[in-house]
Each structure stands twice: as C-alpha cells, then as structure tokens.
Design a binder for this molecule. Structure first.
Ligand code: G6P
Length: 473
C-alpha cells in the first residue's frame, strides 16, 4: 500500500519479527505478525532486542533488511534478560495484567532491571530518531520508554500500544510502585488499548489513584500533562491470511488433517503454552463433555496445538507439566484402541499449515481466562469455507469477544459451559453456522490490521481518528 512519506514510523518493541525457523511460525505471536505488515507500508525501522545474550552490553546496533522491513536490534546481558524479560515483564506484569496476582512476583531487582533495559533501549535508539518521525512503542515490556526518551530530549509524537489487558485498579494497586509505572504512560501523546474494557480500567485507575480527570472525548489530564487514550482493536492481516489459506500448502495441511480425522469431527485449539490461555480449564471442559456425552465419544477429537513459550519462567514449566499430566490422564481414561480423545501437540506451525488446520476443523475452542484480543479466533473465522463454516467457541474474557458476538461465548472457568457449547456446536444446523459466520467475517474483514494501524497512526500523527473508522470493541 503506497502512502505519502510525510514522516517515518519507528516501531519499538521487545521482539522484532525475524525470519522464523521452520516449524516455529506459531510461536511468534500476533504482535510480530501485525507489525511487519505496518512497517511495509511506512518508511522507518523496527527497533528491539535481538533475542541474543552477551556478556557485557555494548549498545551496538545490528541493522538488517528482511521482506521490505528494516530492523535494528541490540543484544542484552544475561542479567538484563533475567530481570527485565523473564523477571519484571513475565513474572510480574504478565500475570498481574492477566488478573493472576496469585502468580505475580514482586521483586525490586526485577523493577531495577526493567528500568535499566528501558534506559538501554532509549540510549541506543534516540540518536536514530529524526525530528519528524512518529515513534510507536509496543507492549508491557516498554512502558517507561516514552519517559526515558523524553528525558533525552525527544520531542516527537510518541505513541504506546498495550497488547494485553489493563487490569482493574484494585489489582494493579498490589504492585509496589504502581503509580510510577502508570505515570510513565503520561509521557506519551497517545495510548491505545484493544478494547473499551481495558481502557475503562485505565481511566478508572487514573481517577482513583492519580487524581486525574478523564474527559468523554478520550483526553486524560493528570497535573499539567494531557494524553489521548482510546480503544483500537487489532485485527488480522486479512488479505495476507486469505492468500495463505488459499495456498497449496494450506490445502494439503487441510487434507492431511481431514484424512487423519477419518470422518470424526475435529475441535481445534491453537495457543502459546501459557496459563492465561485457559488450557487446563479447556481440557477439563472437554473431559466433562466426554463424560456427559458417552454416545459421542469416538466421533470427535480435540487437536490442541500449544508451542511452549517462556520456558525459563517456572510458572510456564508448571503449566506445561500440568497439561502433560492432564492430557495423558484424559487420554488414558477415555481412549479406545482406535481413538484418542486429545491430540496434544507441543510444536508450532506456519501460517499456511494453520490456515489449513482451521479449515479442516468443525469447531475452534478458544477459551483464554483473560486475553487482550486473541487473533487465533479471527484467523479461524477467516479460514472457513463460506458454504459450510465451522463454529467458533470463544471465551467471553478475550478482547475478541466484544467484536465476534456471534461466536458461542462461554465462561472459560465453567466446565459445564464449555461442555454445553461443544454439544451445541456439534448439533448446530448449517444455516445457523452460515448466519453466525457471515456476521463474524464481516468484522474480521473490515476491522483488519490495516484499519487498526491507520486509526492508531492517524491519532499519533494528530489527525482525525474518527475519520479513519470507529471502533466497535
Ligand atoms: C503476547 C505479547 C507479545 C509477545 C508474544 C509472544 O502476544 O503481547 O508482546 O511478543 O506474546 O511472547 P514472547 O515472550 O515469546 O515474546
């Protein structure tokens, strides 16, 4: 998509999309996929951590060009990775922001490492920023970066987008130094959330804890600072995904799964192996379905693709062990010589394979306990056969539920609701499936990743946001 090069866009995030080694496509996460597309549209570059660890931080930048996107990456020290990425980002903020204060760890060394790495990012990137550049910072790893850049004299427009939920004020106040973290956000010009729910939690926090004022037009005022905050629900790259779904590789993946299903109905789940995804509860809900519907055993199976993630964090080791044990137990309990109820797969797949698997599946079971958005739900919808689409069962606690209202929405904590929804999906007449799908595909197609980034970048550039389309979420 050509556009006037009015200004460059500089994207900054912890991870920078890199060519994925064979078989690891599924582990990349929605953020990386969405931003590659954004950077192809604008000039500029993408700055972040290389994923490498070195003995002593040098600040050396490695520039690379891949598929039309320039990336600029730095290496971090072992201690940085431990305190900033494994520590504050993934042991403190990730669980807290997903409402799991029982799993959140508060440790001063994590907070110090988080600030230090944000300073390192700022120190390295600020000489590369030109006066007219728009700067777009992403996700919970880099909340203080805007403040760090301002302290170095960066006067550009800087935006921040949070790809995960913003927790309710009463949870956030359990974080020591929560005011410091939240006040950092006031250094930005625009703050984006996926849904109104996360935005409202933020506004509520600002009013209760910071004594700020939130105007109905999105302006937030705290002391002498004003910042614009709004909901910008992210979408999939619909065009690119449709092409992937129409590829030969997708067709053969679809055929492969259909053949192995051997006339059985397939229920699919695809998630990073993360406790926020509700995999344990999902398995238990499916188990309840098998228990209550003995006559349907042998007619269906659950294909759960769950590539391991953040393996150095012990809560992730624990959830992995729990799922190994639970899937084994359910299979042992219900399997027959010629049927296994759960195919539990710990590897990631590329987009084309996934598109084929989605199309071959009668039901998608996507039941995170809490999720900023969830793009798998949208990809599943995009991959369906318009004449004979599958059924999406979706957690009401995923951001996507606010847009995909025609999915079967369930409470992911309830085994009964999951079991009932599977039964309802299996019995759903084609007419109803088509009706629900048509309404969902309309949203997936029109509120895609291009729509998302245009709205955000328009706001960042100070243009009329509503002219770029209004949000339903
Ligand atoms: C989520 C986060 C992203 C992150 C991705 C993968 O989608 O919002 O910021 O990149 O998970 O997690 P990882 O820790 O492997 O980068």
């Amino acid at each position: 998509m050509e556009r006037d090069p009015v200004s460059r866009l500089i994207v900054i995030s912890n991870r920078v999309a890199a060519p994925q080694p064979e078989g690891e496509g599924g582990a990349q996460g929605g953020l990386a996929v969405a931003l590659s597309a954004a950077l192809r549209e604008y000039r500029g570059f993408w700055f972040g951590w290389s994923g490498n660890r070195i003995e002593e931080f040098t600040g050396k930048i490695d520039f690379q060009r891949h598929e039309g996107v320039t990336s600029a990456t730095i290496d971090l020290e072992e201690q940085d990775v431990e305190e900033y990425y494994n520590g504050y980002a993934n042991r403190t903020l990730w669980p807290l922001f997903h409402y799991r204060i029982d799993l959140a760890e508060y440790d001063r060394s994590f907070g110090a490492g988080y600030e230090r790495v944000n300073e390192r990012f700022a120190e390295t990137v600020y000489p590369l920023i030109e006066p007219e550049d728009l700067v777009w910072v992403h996700d919970y790893h880099l909340i203080p970066l805007g403040r760090q850049l301002r302290q170095r004299g960066v006067a550009n427009r800087i935006g921040f987008f949070l790809h995960i939920p913003w927790p309710p004020a009463r949870l956030l106040t359990t974080l020591p130094d929560h005011e410091h973290l939240a006040l950092s956000l006031l250094a930005y010009d625009v703050i984006g959330f996926h849904t109104r729910e996360w935005l409202e939690s933020f506004q509520n926090y600002v009013e209760r804890e910071l004594g700020g004022r939130c105007d109905p037009d999105g302006w937030i005022h705290v002391g002498d600072r004003s910042v614009h905050a709004a909901a910008y629900p992210i979408g999939i790259d619909y065009r690119e995904f449709s092409e992937a779904a129409a590829s030969e590789a997708a067709r053969s993946a679809c055929e492969r799964l259909r053949k192995s299903a051997d006339g059985r109905r397939t229920i699919i789940g695809v998630d990073r192996l993360d406790y926020s995804k509700g995999l344990e509860e999902r398995f238990l809900g499916y188990r309840r379905f098998l228990e209550e519907n003995a006559e349907r055993r042998g007619e269906v199976f659950l294909l759960q693709i769950a590539p391991p993630s953040r393996g150095e964090v012990h809560t992730y080791e624990t959830i992995r062990e729990t799922l190994d044990e639970l899937s084994g137990r359910i299979n042992g309990e219900f399997a027959e010589v010629d049927w296994v109820p759960i195919r539990y797969v710990n590897q990631g797949y590329g987009r084309e394979d996934l598109a084929g698997f989605y199309r071959a599946s009668n039901i998608a079971l996507i039941t995170p306990l809490r999720d900023g958005m969830n793009l798998v739900a949208k990809e599943y919808v995009a991959a369906q056969d318009p004449d004979d689409p599958g059924v999406l069962i979706l957690s009401r606690f995923a951001g996507a539920a606010l847009q995909l209202k025609d999915a079967l929405l369930v409470n992911p904590y309830s085994k009964e609701e999951i079991s009932d929804a599977i039964r309802q999906a299996l019995a759903m007449p084609r007419e109803e499936r088509v009706r629900r799908w048509r309404s969902m595909i309309e949203t997936v197609r029109s509120e895609d990743v291009v729509w998302w980034r245009r709205r955000f970048v328009a706001a960042l550039a100070g243009e009329d946001v509503e002219a770029a389309g209004s949000a339903r979420a």
